[in-house]
Design a protein around this ligand. Structure first.
Ligand code: HEC
Length: 97
């Protein structure tokens, strides 16, 4: 599990400066990792399976930003972050494989 996160971090670090910094910090600070990992289903779906589910959906980013803001129909954990940070978090999620 630690290894998975370390690897995911390494992959993200390699994927470019756009994702470095605050969004990853928010994923850590938002405790997303207590329920999600990049590649395995924990309490919540893996980032990779979320990316798969929304593949080809042009509205995916807006939907997921909204989910994180409002909690959505399933009462997801709400994330107190700026619109820009939420978009960056969702971009990381949707670019996971
Ligand atoms: C307390 C556990 C928990 C925490 C903490 C948590 N999640 Fe989730 N998450 C879930 C569960 C359970 C689901 C599946 C049910 C649902 O969609 O609400 C989910 C679903 C999701 C989905 C997919 C929604 C969809 O439509 O398929 C995304 C994206 C997501 N979480 C992002 C995050 C992010 C980003 C964070 C941290 C800021 C986070 N989650 C923190 C439990 C959690």
């Amino acid at each position: 599990m630690k290894l998975t996160l370390t690897l995911a971090g390494a992959v993200l670090a390699l994927s470019g400066p756009a994702f470095a910094g605050s969004a990853e910090d928010l994923i850590a600070a938002g405790k997303c990792s207590s329920c999600h990992t990049a590649a395995t289903t924990k309490r919540g779906p893996s980032w990779a399976s979320v990316a798969e589910k929304y593949k080809g959906d042009p509205g995916a980013q807006a939907k997921l930003v909204d989910l994180l803001k409002t909690g959505g129909p399933d009462d997801h954990k709400k994330v107190a972050a700026s619109e820009a940070d939420l978009k960056a978090i969702v971009a990381i999620v949707l670019s996971s494989k």
